[in-house]
Design a protein around this ligand. Sequence first.
Ligand SMILES: [Zn+2]
Length: 335
Amino acid sequence: MTTQIVYSSEFNRHDNIGHPENAERLLVMMKAVQHAPFYNKLSFIEPTMVSEELLFSVHSKEMIQQIKDISDQGNSWIDLDTYVCKKDYPTARLAAGGVVDACQNVISGKTDNAFALVRPPGHHATADRSMGFCLFNNAALAAQHISKLGKRVLIFDHDVHHGNGTQSIFYERSDVLYQSFHLSPHYPGTGAINEIGTGSGKGYTVNAPLFHGAGDDVVSCLLDEIFIPIARQFKPDIIIVSSGFDSHHADHLGGLALSTDFFGEMIKRYQEIQPKLVCTLEGGYNLDWIGKCLLSQIGQLTSHPLVFGEKTFEDKTGEQIVPLLKKGLKGFWRL
Ligand SMILES: [Zn+2]
């Protein structure tokens, strides 16, 4: 197996020291990768900027212009959560381009799989609005690029927050399937169980809102009963994983209870459906743990799985979501 890591120190120009989504996150993760036992098996590639043609095919010109203007003038905020730095227009294009490059390299067979270690994150950015720490939607831009090649794309989002942006961009489409589990109620408030797509996209959005404290066992059952059977029937040509490590039990912005090892386990289950797989970094804010979560996933990508084995405490008493999902989706998939 060959695994590419897409990374650039340019991502760290996007920084705000008092903000949870800061440059320290990537520095911690790169340090973990450099000390990993499989380090010599990885190939590191520098990203290229996403083309403006692709950028404008997903995002509105007003939204792109807003980022450009702040990027030219200096630091500012798009909303209460989302900062934009000077020169962020090229930085955000580089982040999105990194995921596009990773997917292109996997589809063309240059590498078996890849992890795009990019910032700023992307999954909250809608077609016309940057929000939730996200400027452009990296995963969606990559999925758009691959779908234009006539390929089917599955996006699996395990961030603790619902990827409202990714969902909305593909909500009416059947060639890009979006699956997300997330804490609910929680930011940004979307991702209800009855949000399943519309028009020809009906059935191609799958949302599992989970209760506070849900962990490995609850998610494992959800994958076995719903997400993986649908993925198998969808037959994706590539899988993009929105890797948010804020679903880890120790994350300050979270509330789910996944163990470190489970991040690798989720990759393993999806590799059985389609080994052409690209992870792209979304959230994850506990600097003591995000490096380990990353190694759990890259270990699985390189066929050198690591075991961290920490004890977690999971609440299993919340509402059981699997029967509700089966009921809502049975007209579209064999479940
Ligand atoms: Zn998140």
